[in-house]
Ligand binder design. Structure first.
Ligand code: ME8
Length: 645
C-alpha cells in the first residue's frame, strides 16, 4: 500500500492551544484524509515541545515539577485535538524516552561524520531570568525583566552549519518544491546565500533538556531537540522520510535550513516537502499572548461546532498567505455556504425525491450539461487539493453547487410534476437524478474537509457503502444507483443566528482564557474598564531612558491669576535654584495642600510658557478620563533630586 507521512510542528507547552495551532493541525488532518481517499496508508503526527528554561520556570511558578507541568499542558493539546475531532495518529513529546534516544543518535551520527565540535559560546545572559537573550549586544537589557544582561562565555557543542551552504542551495535547485510556497523558498535561498554561521546546539546553563551523550553537563538546545520529533514519532515504523512538514512561516528557516543540514550531516534521508503557511490575524490584528487577543478553539467548538471553523479556515484563507479570523466571518461563511448553500440543496433535493418519486432516486443518466460541469469540478477540486490550495478547490465545488441551484430553478420540478406527458416526467427524473448525483459527488469530495457532516448527508442520501470507502479514483458521474431509497434526516447545517452566537463565543473565550491562565499560574487580568485610557504604543527601554523623572520638593504654591485650573509652583530638584512649574492641579489641590510635598517631576521637558509664566517641567499625577488628578508621591522618605527609573 502507498504510504504518506505528514507532520504539524510540535507546539510549545508555554500556552494551551489557540486558533493558530488549530489552523495548522486542522489543515494537516484534512490533507491526511485527502490522502487516505487516494488509497494511501497515512500517518499524521503532532506533539509538544517541552524542554528549556522557560518551561522549568513556568512549572516552578505553579509549584509543579517540569514533568508534571508539561504533562498537564501536553494533555491540553491532546484533549483539544480530540474534542475538535482531529484524528492524530502519533503524538510525540520531546520528553518521551524514545525521542531522547533518537536525538542522541542524530548527535552521534553528526559527531562521527565530523560535523560537531566543541567551541565557546559568548552571549548576553540575564542572570535573573537565567536565559540568553538572542541577538543582544553588551549592555542591552533583558526583554523579559528589563535588567541589564551580562556577557557570558560557556562551552557549547557546535554544529557545522557553514559546511552546508552549497549542498543546501543544490537541494533547493534540484527539488524546487522542497520549500513552498515560492515566496518562502526565495526567502530561504537568499538567507543561505548570505552565508551560514555554525550553530550552537547545547547549553550548560539549562537543566531541563536532553543530556548530550557522554557529557551530561550539556543539554541539547531547542532545534536539535525539537526537529528530531519528526523522526522519533515514527521510529521503528519505516515511515521516514516525511512526505510533508506543514508549518507556520515563522519557523521556515529552521525547517528548510537547519533540519536538512542536520540530516545531511548524519547521512539520513531528507523530508520531501515543507510547506509554510501564513499567519492568522484576529480582527485584522496580530494575535499575541501579551496583547491578550488570542482566540481559542474550544469556545468556537461549543457554540457552533468544529466543522464550521474548519470550513472557514480552509475556504477563507488562501493557504500560504496571511488571513483574517473573526467570529462574525466564521458565522457568515457558515450561513452562506453551508446552511443556505449545500445544506439547503440537500434538503430541497431529498424533499422533492420524497414528494415526487416516493423517496426513490429516479432511474436516469442525468443532464449531460450538469454531468460535464461535475467532471470539471472534480478535476478542479482535485488539482486544488493536491497543491494545498484548499480555497480554490472549495470554490470550484461551490460553483458546481450554484449551477445545480440554477438548473433546478430552470427545470422547475414543481411544474413538471403537474405535467403527465412522458417527456415532462423524463425531465423531472433527469433533474432529480442530477441533483442527487451532484450531492453525492460533492459529499464524497468534501469528506476530508467536513468528515462528520458529510457522513450525515451520505446517510440521508441512502448510500449503501461507508463514505470512507469511497476512493477518489473511483468517483465518477453516474454511479448513484437509480431506485435507491433516500433516508430520513433533519437539516445538516441549521442556520445560526450571528448576534447571540458571537456574544456567547466571546463570553466562553473569556472563561477559557481565565482557565488557561490559571493552569500556567497567571493571575486573571482585571476586567478592562471603559474609563481607562488604552495602552500607549510599546517603547524600548532606551525610549524610557530618555525621560528624566526626579523627586522634587514643593517650596511654594500660588494660584495663577485668571485660571481656576493652574497652580504656579516652585520646586526644588536639588539644582542651583528651584524650578518654576505651572501645573493643572488647582481643581484638585489647594496651594497649601501641596506645599512641602515631595512630588515627581518630568525634569527634562522642553520649557514652555503658560499664562505668561515659564513652566520648566511637568508634575506627574494619576488621572482617569474626566476625573481629578492625584499626585504621585512616596511612602518612604526620598532625597530631593533622586531619579526615578
Ligand atoms: O514554534 N497563525 O511552537 P509554537 C497561524 N515549538 N498559525 C499559527 C499562529 C498564527 N497566528 N500561531 C501559531 C514552535 N501558529 C516550536 C516548533 S517544530 C519542530 C517546533 C502555528 O507553539 C504555526 O504552525 O510557537 C506555527 O508554526 C506554530 O503554531 C508555532 O507553534
Amino acid at each position: 500500500m502507498k504510504r504518506y507521512y505528514l507532520t504539524t510542528p510540535i507546539y510549545y507547552v508555554n500556552a494551551a492551544p489557540h486558533i493558530g495551532h488549530t489552523y495548522t493541525t486542522m489543515v494537516a488532518e484534512t490533507v491526511a484524509r485527502w490522502k487516505r481517499m487516494q488509497g494511501y496508508d497515512v500517518v499524521l503526527t503532532t506533539g509538544t515541545d517541552e524542554h528549556g528554561q522557560k518551561i522549568e520556570r513556568a512549572a516552578k511558578a505553579v509549584n509543579k515539577t517540569p514533568q508534571e507541568f508539561t504533562d498537564l499542558i501536553a494533555g491540553e493539546f491532546a484533549t483539544a485535538w480530540d474534542r475538535l475531532s482531529i484524528r492524530i495518529d502519533r503524538f510525540m513529546r520531546t520528553t518521551d524516552p524514545r525521542h531522547e534516544k533518537k536525538v542522541k543518535e542524530l548527535f552521534q551520527a553528526c559527531l562521527a561524520n565530523g560535523y560537531v565540535y566543541k567551541g565557546s559560546y559568548t552571549g548576553q545572559y540575564c542572570v535573573s531570568c537565567e536565559l540568553y537573550v538572542n541577538d543582544a549586544k553588551p549592555g542591552d537589557p533583558c526583554p523579559d525583566c528589563g535588567r541589564p544582561t551580562e556577557t557570558v562565555t560557556e562551552e557549547n557543542y557546535y554544529f557545522k552549519l557553514s559546511a552546508f551552504q552549497e549542498r543546501l542551495l543544490a537541494l533547493y535547485e534540484q527539488q524546487p518544491d522542497f520549500v513552498q510556497p515560492e515566496s518562502r523558498r526565495n526567502e530561504v535561498i537568499s538567507f543561505v546565500k548570505s552565508g551560514l554561521t555554525d550553530l550552537s546546539i547545547s547549553r550548560t546553563t539549562i537543566k531541563w533538556g536532553i543530556p548530550v551523550p557522554d557529557d551530561d553537563k550539556h543539554v541539547f538546545y531547542v532545534w536539535f531537540d525539537a526537529l528530531t520529533t519528526y523522526m522519533s514519532a515514527v521510529e521503528g515504523e519505516d515511515r521516514w522520510p516525511a512526505d510533508l512538514h506543514l508549518i507556520g512561516k515563522e519557523i521556515v528557516r529552521f525547517h528548510a535550513i537547519y533540519w536538512p543540514a542536520f540530516l545531511m550531516a548524519a547521512g539520513w534521508p531528507l523530508p520531501k516537502r515543507i510547506f509554510a503557511h501564513g499567519f492568522l490575524l484576529f480582527d485584522n490584528d496580530k494575535m499575541s499572548k501579551s496583547k491578550g487577543n488570542l482566540v481559542r478553539p474550544l469556545p468556537i467548538l461549543e457554540v457552533i461546532g468544529a466543522e464550521p471553523l474548519r470550513y472557514y479556515l480552509l475556504r477563507e484563507v488562501v493557504f500560504g498567505q496571511d488571513g483574517n479570523f473573526s467570529y462574525d466571518a466564521v458565522i457568515a461563511r457558515y450561513n452562506a455556504d453551508l446552511a443556505n448553500g449545500l445544506g439547503n440543496l440537500v434538503a430541497r433535493t431529498l424533499s422533492m425525491i420524497r414528494q415526487y418519486r416516493d423517496g426513490k432516486v429516479p432511474v436516469s443518466a442525468g443532464s449531460p450539461e450538469i454531468a460535464g460541469e461535475a467532471r470539471k469540478a472534480i478535476a478542479a477540486y482535485r488539482d486544488g487539493m493536491e497543491v494545498l490550495q484548499f480555497s480554490r478547490a472549495l470554490e470550484a465545488l461551490w460553483s458546481l453547487l450554484s449551477l445545480l441551484d440554477r438548473s433546478i430553478v430552470q427545470y422547475a420540478p414543481w411544474k413538471l410534476i403537474k405535467d403527465a406527458a412522458p417527456e415532462a416526467q423524463e425531465k423531472l427524473n433527469t433533474i432529480l437524478y442530477s441533483a442527487a448525483e451532484v450531492i453525492r459527488i460533492a459529499t464524497a469530495l468534501l469528506g476530508p474537509v467536513l468528515p462528520q457532516s458529510t457522513a450525515k448527508i451520505w446517510a440521508q442520501l441512502g448510500m449503501p457503502e461507508a463514505l470512507e470507502s469511497v476512493t477518489l479514483d473511483s468517483l465518477e458521474w453516474g454511479q448513484l444507483a437509480g431506485g435507491q431509497a433516500v433516508g430520513e434526516g433533519s437539516p445538516v447545517f441549521p442556520r445560526i443566528e450571528a448576534g447571540p452566537a458571537v456574544e456567547k463565543m466571546f463570553e466562553l473565550e473569556a472563561q477559557e482564557k481565565a482557565r488557561q491562565d490559571a493552569l500556567v499560574g497567571k493571575a486573571p487580568a482585571a476586567a478592562p474598564r471603559s474609563d481607562i485610557a488604552p495602552l500607549a504604543e510599546t517603547i524600548t527601554i532606551d525610549d524610557f531612558g530618555k525621560v528624566d523623572l526626579r523627586v522634587g520638593l514643593v517650596l511654594s504654591a500660588d494660584r495663577v491669576k485668571g485660571s481656576d485650573k493652574l497652580l504656579h509652583l516652585k520646586v526644588d530638584l536639588g539644582e542651583d535654584k528651584p524650578r518654576s512649574i505651572v501645573a493643572g492641579i488647582a481643581g484638585a489641590y489647594a496651594p497649601e495642600q501641596v506645599l512641602g510635598r515631595k512630588v515627581v517631576i518630568v525634569a527634562n521637558l522642553q520649557p514652555r510658557k503658560l499664562r505668561g509664566l515659564e513652566s520648566q517641567g511637568m508634575i506627574v499625577a494619576a488621572s482617569l478620563e474626566g476625573g481629578s488628578p492625584v499626585l504621585a508621591g512616596f511612602l518612604e522618605d526620598v532625597p530631593v533630586g533622586a531619579r526615578l527609573k
